[in-house]
Structure formats: structure tokens, C-alpha cells
Design a protein around this ligand. Structure first.
Ligand code: FES
Length: 273
């Protein structure tokens, strides 16, 4: 059992938990994720480790309540115990060898972006972060991103804060004006990552996307997380979660993510609240 040491509401439906998990904290690197179950009957929830304190044995997870299980997790509080956590899983991303890196996070994807921003800040690369959301009160981790970025841009769909428009507008502007960007990292809704990959392909800039697929066992056995990358089947849990954005079949991925949408909505509507 894993004790919740602190809980914070970052935005409506987006919560941050600090959890005592010394063995995971000792081994986690930017880009790794965990799979947790809230209770014995719980669905397995894959979540990126947003932050970690090796010396205190603490990991931080940030999640958006998008369905039944994340809603249950969101109801847990300081002093409660999570049934089990497996991790760190997946490959962490390569940080060295870049001069100028742009990292984009859309919506709650910013939570997944943050550990990578922090990771790149420890390298020689210039770190440019772009975060966006529908409206101002859904912007999260602004202070944290500011701390670890050389430049930070913010966009809101309704223009209530920062650039009035999309994170991809800012990226396009940077790509057009600054010819020396050698890596773009995008994390967020699949349509956003698809737009980013299409855009960076035109500028021939290496692009990494981090995929948040359906996961069950997290060990490469069940096939639930499969994606097509470069024409080959890959498992997000053991081959990813980060992949070459120019090689991912985003259309297939969007179809797979919608596969259980009706069942999820039914459970969410009838069981929660
Ligand atoms: Fe089962 Fe990846 S979650 S193969």
C-alpha cells in the first residue's frame, strides 16, 4: 500500500498527489510512468511520474479526472492509501545531444511534459516550453515550467491568458523564425500531437510524442496498448511511451482510444457521484 502524503487541486478536475514510494522514486527518470490501482478491484491507471524526490522516497503524480477510475483517485485524500503501484515503466527519453528544444503540452498533457522540461534543463540545450489550455484557470504548472525553461509561452483557446489561440500557432511561429530548433517534444491530446508532427515534418525537425494509450498489464503481454509506428506494431508500455512523431499512425490511435468510450461514459454516469 502506498500512502498519499499531500494532495493539491491544480485546476478543476486536475489534481496533484505526492505519494510515498521509495523504490520507484529511486529509479525514475524523465518519461517513465507507473500503473496504479486505487483498490483491489480497481482498473489499472497508467500515469507519468510528474516529479520525484529520491532523497525522501516520494513520487508526484498529476492526473485529470476523465473517467470512472481517475474520478475515484481524485476522491482520495492525504493519509489514504493506494492499493498498488507498479513502476517505473517505459523508456525514459534521451536528453543529451540537443542545442535548442521546444516542449509543448496541451491541457493536462502539461503534467506529463513537466518532468521532461526539468530533465532538459539539466543539459546544455536551450529549453523553450509552450503550454496551453481552453481557458486561464485550466493552465497548470506555470511556475514550475517558468523555473526550468529559458522561455515559456502560454496559449488559451479563449484568449483569457497569453496567446489567443493554440500552442501549435506558437510552435509554427518559432519554427518559421528560428531555424536552429533541433527537437520538438509534444504531449497532449492526440489531435494536437498529430498537428505538431505534421507541422514539424515540413520543417524537418525531429519530433517526439508521448502516447497515453489504453493499458492493462503494462508488461507487453496483453496488447491493449499497441500502436503502429513506422508500419510496425509497437507496445506503448514496453517500447514507449515516447515515439518518433513522424512515424506514429495517429488515425488508428484515435480510433483505438474511442473503442470503449460508450462503456466508460455509462460507468462514469451511473457509478460516480
Ligand atoms: Fe498490455 Fe502494453 S499494456 S501490452
Amino acid at each position: 500500500m502506498y500512502e498519499i502524503l499531500a494532495k493539491e487541486v491544480l485546476a478543476p478536475t486536475i489534481k496533484r498527489l505526492k505519494v510515498k514510494a521509495p523504490l520507484i522514486a529511486a529509479k525514475t527518470e524523465p518519461g517513465n510512468f507507473i500503473i496504479l490501482r486505487v483498490d483491489e478491484q480497481g482498473e489499472r491507471i497508467p500515469l507519468t511520474v510528474a516529479d520525484y524526490e529520491r532523497e525522501n522516497g516520494i513520487i508526484t503524480i498529476i492526473f485529470q479526472e476523465v473517467g470512472y477510475s481517475t474520478k475515484l483517485l481524485g476522491k482520495m485524500d492525504k493519509g489514504d492509501f493506494i492499493q498498488d503501484i507498479v513502476g517505473p515503466l517505459g523508456h525514459h527519453i534521451k536528453l543529451d545531444g540537443y542545442q535548442k528544444v521546444v516542449l509543448l503540452g496541451g491541457g493536462s498533457g502539461t503534467a506529463l511534459l513537466y518532468p521532461k522540461v526539468r530533465g532538459f534543463s539539466g543539459t546544455e540545450a536551450e529549453v523553450i516550453s509552450i503550454t496551453g489550455a481552453r481557458t486561464k484557470n485550466l493552465i497548470i504548472l506555470e511556475d514550475e515550467l517558468e523555473q526550468y525553461s529559458d522561455r515559456l509561452f502560454i496559449a488559451t483557446d479563449d484568449g483569457s491568458y497569453g496567446h489567443h489561440g493554440f500552442v501549435t500557432d506558437i510552435l509554427k511561429d518559432l519554427l518559421e523564425k528560428e531555424g536552429d530548433i533541433d527537437l520538438v517534444v509534444a504531449i497532449g491530446p492526440v489531435p494536437m500531437m498529430k498537428v505538431v508532427a505534421d507541422l514539424t515534418k515540413k520543417f524537418d525537425v525531429e519530433t517526439i510524442v508521448s502516447l497515453n494509450t489504453i493499458m492493462v498489464d503494462g508488461t507487453g503481454m496483453c496488447g491493449a496498448c499497441r500502436v503502429t509506428v513506422g508500419g510496425e506494431t509497437k507496445f506503448t508500455c514496453i517500447d514507449g511511451p515516447s515515439f518518433d512523431g513522424h512515424q506514429v499512425d495517429f488515425d488508428e490511435l484515435m480510433n483505438r482510444l474511442n473503442f470503449y468510450r460508450d462503456e466508460e461514459n455509462l460507468v462514469y454516469a451511473n457509478v460516480v457521484e
